[in-house]
Design a protein around this ligand. Sequence first.
Ligand SMILES: Cc1ncc(COP(=O)(O)O)c(C=O)c1O
Length: 351
Amino acid sequence: MSADAITTLPARSAPLLPADIRARLAMLPRVRLACLPTPLHEAPRLAHHLGGPRIFIKRDDLTGAAFGGNKLRNLEFRMAAAQSLGADTIVVELDQQSNSARQTVAAANKLGMRTILVLQGAMPDDVQGNLLVSFLLGADVRFAADRTEQRQLAEAALRETEAADGTPCLLNDLPMFDEGSAFAYIESTLEILEDLSAEGLEPSCLYMSSSGKGQAGQLLARELLGADFQVRGITATAEFSDIPARTAAIANRAAHRLGLDIEIRPEMVDNDDAFIGPGYGLPSDAGNDAVQLFARTEGIVLDPIYTGKCAAGMIAHIRRGDFGPDDIVVFVHTGGTPAIFTHNALWTPQT
Ligand SMILES: Cc1ncc(COP(=O)(O)O)c(C=O)c1O
């Protein structure tokens, strides 16, 4: 995708309209993969239980293919970039229980491409959750002990595909790998605002599980529109030492590609790392309680690795009195639900 193809707008003296922003997004190469727009559901029983603001849930777990999730949105941009390179085989480096891996294989299947997943970790005795679904989808899965071996195996997969006259694309090395998520979450945010506006409402705060990519898009949407709702990311990983700087950098690269003259600064990024619990990929007590509360009040299934921890953050903030009854809080459900099967002991009744 060439940034040069999109004319840079003059310095903004006034906020943009949603239609202006959508027109910018429409200039990006994209393939349709997700069921969009996703619904926005009010969660009155959850709100009543917590005794704070009105709560709405943006159902990005319902994006369609293979249990859905946030990644199908960004794959619309990533896969278009891979297609423009003539790729017939997607190679991608991710973690053993990656939601992104599952959704990438589903997207590649829909586009008639093969996928080679190079995952950090080992083949487990009990194949469950995302890994199970990736196998079902037909991925060629290879395991690597660490990042160095992961890169070696990915490069070997590229050579092997070329030797068989295929055209591979190493997804992680696409120049817009991260920006794809920012584009996707500009659009998701516009959907939220439009749905609320149809009811005469405006959000006070958006919550989303974030390690920087999607939250970059939410911030861009807010700033471009000149809106003043809060954007609170709750991270599930300690992998990135400075998520505000990372989020701002992704947002600014995405804005540049869209030809938009705007700057997101790290101090504008609200990202809370207090809910990681025992570590990335490991359930936390607060996260598990949140998963159970959403399920038992609203019939909505979160996951204990990302969305449960984000919900734990939102619940803690509501309980400490951050919002009043007139506030509108939107929880963005980014998916990840197959993880409940990986952690089945958490909800298996003890006899
Ligand atoms: C369910 C879920 N939520 C949130 C995230 C974080 O999204 P981002 O990388 O856009 O910050 C991920 C990332 O893998 C995820 O799988």
